[in-house]
Design a protein around this ligand. Structure first.
Ligand SMILES: [Zn+2]
Length: 420
């Protein structure tokens, strides 16, 4: 298996079904977890789940798939597949089970006819079939978590949020998010993403600002957009992060307002006290600009996590699936809130850096047993060696027992757990 190969992901447990497309991100190396014998492993990154699982029984009864190794010798863990067979299986997944379309879907009062059409597709979308596949490898990977993930017929939620089709190696998760991404810091953001990947964080959530401090529309920068699309194709997530990422001072502000908007952040709490209409207009503008550029953003995170009640309602009405705050992740559609405090650094002043390091070391120990660990990185963190050393050492320790995921996948998984 070569780097970049596409693979079909197959649940070999109870499900016996192909559930998604994955991609090889690291070629074979010795499996250090094997106690004995000559075992090797490859690293796979999820690309996308199939619209529905394609079962072994269907594959067996398909005339053009009779020759696949899966039918002849289903116990191999990895097997080659002809490109035509790969495409045939992917195509089978687009023939949607009629039952699935009859599933009740909570559309929300604000869903317009276009949203309804998107949410309840009358015919399967085929756009991703045009994706170029150079070589294909068929994978069978045993996974106990997988059995839970693949019951797509029980949830309409996977229609909107992609779910990592791979069975996670661990039970606990970690989301590393990179904040304030804009064309002006693309280079450093790219360096951070590559360094994270080397440390085993193969996917992260990138919080992209549509027009960072009025520097110009991010989506007008073609090179920046194509970089984001490439990241998305590799399994990363693009999240809408405010619109301008700045909040002009108001004339009359309470001490509490001043503290939050000037001391806690540096005039960046754009959605802290924005009215509903303005918030809705900025979020829908961002959403349409991102979608128009081929990005699939499903989450909205306010700068400095300062999201007022009105603005939160606007985010929900704009069709955003979730938001995050400093202390929680909120499913905007399902209404659930998950307590998960984020590790985050303040590097503006020397004393802030010192305090951040002490607090985060304690916080990390405190969060160790939690199912979700959140680490929020800002590009300037990278330029402070003491901060960056601590960030990487926390990540190195966390990745031993956690699987890196994105917010959208994590939220989708919680919906599955709750039977949504
Ligand atoms: Zn920010």
């Amino acid at each position: 298996m070569e780097k970049g190969d596409e693979a079909l992901f197959y649940h070999s447990g109870e499900d016996k079904a192909v559930v998604g497309i994955a991609k090889v991100v690291r070629t074979a190396y010795r499996d250090s977890t094997a106690k004995e014998g000559d075992w090797s492993t490859v690293d796979l990154a999820p690309v996308k789940p199939l619209r529905r699982p394609v079962t072994l029984r269907e594959i067996k009864s398909h005339s053009r798939l009779k020759g696949t190794p899966l039918v002849r010798q289903s116990r191999l863990s990895v097997m080659p597949l002809a490109e035509s067979e790969f495409r045939e299986i992917v195509k089978m997944a687009t023939i949607v089970d009629r039952l699935l379309l009859k599933m009740p879907v909570r559309l929300g009062p604000m869903a317009n006819s276009r949203q309804r059409r998107e949410m309840l597709p009358a015919k399967p979308r085929l756009d991703w079939q045009r994706a170029e596949i150079t070589r294909s490898t068929f994978c069978l990977v045993q996974s106990c978590v997988g059995a839970e993930n693949s019951r797509m017929s029980t949830i309409a939620a996977t229609e909107f949020l992609p779910l990592v089709a791979t069975g996670a190696a661990t039970r606990d998760f970690m989301v590393v998010s990179l904040h304030d991404v804009a064309p002006s810091n693309q280079q450093i953001a790219n360096t951070i993403v590559s360094e994270l990947a080397q440390r085993g964080v193969s996917v992260c959530s990138l919080l992209v600002v549509p027009d960072y401090h009025h520097q110009g529309l991010s989506t007008r920068n073609h090179q920046f957009v194509s970089w984001l699309r490439g990241l998305e194709a590799d399994g990363h997530e693009i999240v809408i992060h405010g619109y301008f990422h700045e909040r002009p001072r108001r004339e009359k502000e309470s001490f509490h307002d001043k503290f939050l908007t000037r001391f806690y952040t540096e005039q960046e709490g754009e959605f802290y006290d924005l009215g509903y209409d303005e918030a809705l207009s900025r979020i829908t503008r961002a959403r349409d600009e991102f979608r128009g550029s081929g990005l699939k953003s499903r989450g909205f995170v306010a700068p400095a996590w300062l999201l007022g009640k009105e603005a939160e309602r606007a985010a929900r009405d704009a069709g955003m699936e979730y938001t995050t705050r400093l202390r929680k992740v909120c499913d905007l559609r399902g209404g659930d809130e998950f307590v998960a405090r984020s590790i985050v650094y303040s590097v503006r002043r020397n004393w802030r850096r010192g305090i951040s390091r002490i607090c985060n070391a304690t916080l990390f120990r405190y969060l160790e047993g939690r199912p979700l660990l959140r680490i929020s990185i800002h590009p300037p963190d990278y330029s402070h060696p003491t901060i960056w050393r601590q960030v990487t050492s926390i990540i190195d320790r966390a990745i031993e027992s956690r699987t890196a995921t994105t917010y959208q996948d994590w939220v989708a998984q919680q919906r599955l757990r709750r039977g949504m």
